[in-house]
Structure formats: structure tokens, C-alpha cells
Design a protein around this ligand. Structure first.
Ligand code: LLP
Length: 422
């Protein structure tokens, strides 16, 4: 198996940092997300070391996995956060206390006035502004609050990166950012507002990008703009290089340290001797491979010549295969001696044909009641989950050096109905 994962077999039993996954499934039930704290903190440390030569802050992209325990852990390691909503602001403050706001950047194309007000009151580091109307609203809200908002424009560098079309963002065809060609004008306008302080430039070209060249190209274009903006008299201190560094989902070797080193070299080469404080917004790279979704086989069924394995997790728990045709490795939690392999579709109980985790996948034969682990599910797993079909979302366990700890208990039906008015 891909050695970049914390999930390894001890004899015939799959473990997470030495903890048996069967025992976790037994204790906490399934579907269950299990994360390795050691891997998350090792990935954050890799990033910090790779950029050690340059002033930087890692602003973890909360949307990848917003569990309070994980946010708390990353904050303790010195990370800041990239948020995209008032909800994420509330989460990072709940997890890490109000002082964390000084390390928070706020991205997103649709910030509302109440969200801006909350971020101004909290005193966040930087607003990544994505349009002129947003800039005007922020200026008005900051003025009303008697605050000065530090801003960066998120520029759209028109750089193409090879990734799934739903998660590519850096082309002018996308809704994100302000065209880099118009940016100077917009900065000039921003500087006219006493309530705004242009302090940075930001760029984010997409997600699950494995080649480092597009990042370097986007940063080089951004830095050229920084030089112009400084000449125009703006005190630009921050360059936010966004997130998007990819991981390996297939069963292939993957060396996370090399990947991040190449990324850091590419960015730092583009930076040269330029004095800026670099902000980085990794999400998936820190948490993706640290997590697995455990699920139990409910039934096996044959329709014509197709074989289905029906499991107790579904698209509402992990939507990546349904939404992006994403590949996730699926492995048995307990290996059987000499198990024959078979080609199966692994599907969930939700009433949608799109409710699958794998199609035509060759796997060791399973029996009802067997446990499977869907790997690399730490990013955009629980955070993209829903209660569709009135299903309770999975519980979450974090395996720490002191042992496994439940960090999100399973919901109850009463909690699901609580906001409703019959
Ligand atoms: N910064 C900004 C402004 C972003 O929009 C994103 C992700 C990130 C950072 C973090 O990107 P990462 O390092 O995780 O690639 N749900 C999709 C991914 C959507 C990414 C959205 N933006 C998936 O499951 O693949």
C-alpha cells in the first residue's frame, strides 16, 4: 500500500498508528471516520520546515476538515486558518480561542455583511476580496464598525492547472477572483477608502494539483503585480499563495516530503529575494491521507452479471466518488487467508444510482458483516457530508499518542429534527 498513509496491516489487521480498526468499529460503530493525529501534525511540520527559510504562516483551509479537535491541534502547532464563512470563523475561535483571529484569512466570493462584521470584530489578519462590489461592502461595514480592514485582492492569474473541472479555479472562465489585469485599478480604488488597507495579494488556482509548475507560474504573475502595487505606493506585506497541493489517491508510491519540498522550492524560486510574508492555505495535503472511513458490509447482491457489495456508509457520508468520480482505495480491515478476488461495485444504501464508492473494483471477496476501510478520506469527507435520506452522519475518532479519542459522537434523530417546526 501507499506508504504515505498511517493505515498499515499488523498481521491480518488494519491499524491506524498501531490501533486496531476492528476494535474502533466495535466500540464506536460504523460508518466511522478515523484520523491519525500523528500524520496530520507531521504533514503540518513538513510544510513548516519546507518554508522555514522564508517568513510564512500556514493558514490551514478549514473546509477540508473542520473538526474542532483537528483545528485545535493545528492551532497549537502554530497554524492559522483560511476560512470561507462566518461558521468557519466561529469554529476556529471555538477551537483555538479569540487570539487565533490574528492568523485568520477570509476567502470566498459571497461574504455577507454579518460575516464581514463578525470577522472585523474578531480582528482577522486579512480579507481576501474577490470582487469590486464586495470591496465596497467591506469598506462600508468597516467604516460603520470604526475599523480598518486589511485586504488582499484575490487575483485570477489565468493559469491552467490539470485537475477535475469542478475544483479548478484559476482561469478567467471561473467565478473566482478579480482579473489580474484589472487589479491595479481596484487597489487604487481600495486605497481611497479610509476603512480599507491594501496589505496583500492572494491567488489560488485550484485543488488536487500535483504538478508544481502552475503554482510557480501563478505566483510569479502575482509577484509582478506586487512590484507594481508597491511602486503605486501600496504597502503590500502579504502574499497569499493559496492551497491546492495534491496527494496520491491511487495505490502508488507517494513521498509527501518530496512533494512539499518541490512545491516549496518552486514557490521560493519565484519569490527570489522579494521581502513578503508568505501565507499558505493547504487543506487536503495536511489531512487527506490521515483519514479513513470505516464501513461494514450489509449485503452482497448480484444483478445480472454485476456484483454489488452494499455497505452501511453512503454518498451522504463521503460524496467525492459521486461528485468528482474520485478514486479512493478500499481495503479489507481484516485480511482473510487466500481470499479469492472478485470484481464488484461498492455501493451505499442511499436511493440514488450515484451512491457508489467504487465501480468494477477488484477486491478480495467479502462476507456480510466484514469491515472495509475507504482510504484517503480525511479531506472533504465529513466536511462535505449531509443528512440526506435522514441518515445520521458518521462519528469521528482521532488516534492520538495517548490512544484513540472520540472527537465527534454520532448524531441522534432528535438532533436532526430539532430545528424543524411540524
Ligand atoms: N484556499 C482556497 C481559497 C480554496 O478555495 C481551497 C479549496 C483551499 C485553499 C484548499 O485547497 P486544498 O489544499 O485542500 O486543495 N471538495 C473538493 C475540493 C474543493 C476545494 C475547494 N477549495 C474535493 O473533495 O476534492
Amino acid at each position: 500500500m501507499n506508504s504515505a498513509r498511517p493505515f498499515t496491516y499488523s498481521g491480518t489487521n488494519l491499524t491506524c498508528d498501531g490501533v486496531s480498526l476492528s476494535s474502533l468499529a466495535e466500540e464506536f460503530g460504523t460508518p466511522l471516520y478515523v484520523y491519525s493525529a500523528a500524520q496530520i501534525s507531521a504533514r503540518a511540520a513538513l510544510f513548516q520546515q519546507a518554508f522555514a527559510a522564508h517568513a510564512h504562516t500556514i493558514c490551514y483551509a478549514v473546509k477540508a476538515n473542520s473538526s474542532l479537535a483537528i483545528l485545535k491541534m493545528l492551532a497549537a502547532q502554530g497554524c492559522g486558518f483560511d476560512i470561507v464563512s462566518g461558521g468557519e470563523l466561529a469554529r476556529v475561535i471555538a477551537a483555538a480561542g479569540p487570539e487565533v483571529a490574528g492568523r485568520v484569512v477570509f476567502s470566498g466570493v459571497g461574504k455577507t455583511a454579518p460575516e464581514m462584521d463578525a470577522a472585523l470584530a474578531a480582528g482577522i489578519l486579512l480579507f481576501n476580496v474577490e470582487s469590486e462590489p464586495e470591496l465596497e461592502l467591506l469598506a462600508a461595514r468597516a467604516q460603520l464598525a470604526g475599523k480598518k480592514a486589511r485586504i488582499a485582492l484575490r487575483v485570477n492569474p489565468d493559469v491552467s492547472a490539470e485537475t477535475h473541472p469542478y475544483i479548478s479555479t484559476g482561469l478567467s472562465a471561473h467565478k473566482f477572483g478579480i482579473s489580474i489585469k484589472l487589479a491595479r485599478q481596484v487597489y487604487a480604488r481600495a486605497a481611497q477608502h479610509a476603512s480599507l488597507e491594501p496589505a496583500g495579494v492572494s491567488v489560488h488556482i485550484g485543488s488536487q494539483i500535483r504538478q508544481v509548475e502552475p503554482f510557480a507560474e501563478a505566483l510569479a504573475k502575482t509577484l509582478a503585480l506586487v512590484t507594481e502595487l508597491r511602486a503605486d505606493g501600496h504597502n503590500i506585506r502579504y502574499v497569499d499563495a493559496g492551497g491546492g497541493l495534491g496527494i496520491e489517491y491511487a495505490d502508488k508510491p507517494f513521498d509527501a516530503a518530496t512533494q512539499v519540498a518541490q512545491y516549496a522550492t518552486a514557490l521560493q524560486t519565484a519569490l527570489g529575494t522579494m521581502q513578503v510574508h508568505l501565507l499558505l492555505e493547504p487543506g487536503r495535503f495536511l489531512v487527506g491521507q490521515a483519514g479513513a472511513l470505516l464501513t461494514r458490509v450489509l449485503y452482497r447482491k448480484q444483478n445480472g452479471d454485476k456484483r454489488f457489495v452494499i455497505v452501511d456508509a453512503a454518498m451522504n457520508d463521503l460524496i467525492r466518488p459521486a461528485l468528482y468520480q474520485a478514486h479512493h482505495e478500499i481495503v479489507p480491515v481484516v485480511l482473510r487467508d487466500n481470499a479469492a478476488t472478485e470484481e464488484v461495485d461498492i455501493v451505499g444504501p442511499v436511493c440514488e444510482s450515484g451512491d457508489f464508492f467504487a465501480r468494477a473494483r477488484t477486491l478480495p471477496q467479502t462476507e456480510d458483516g466484514d469491515l472495509l476501510a475507504i482510504l484517503d478520506a480525511g479531506a472533504y469527507g465529513l466536511s462535505l457530508s449531509s443528512n440526506y435520506n435522514t441518515r445520521l452522519r458518521p462519528a469521528e475518532v482521532l488516534v492520538e499518542s495517548t490512544g484513540p479519542r472520540l472527537i465527534r459522537r454520532r448524531e441522534t434523530y432528535e438532533e436532526l429534527f430539532a430545528p424543524e417546526i411540524p
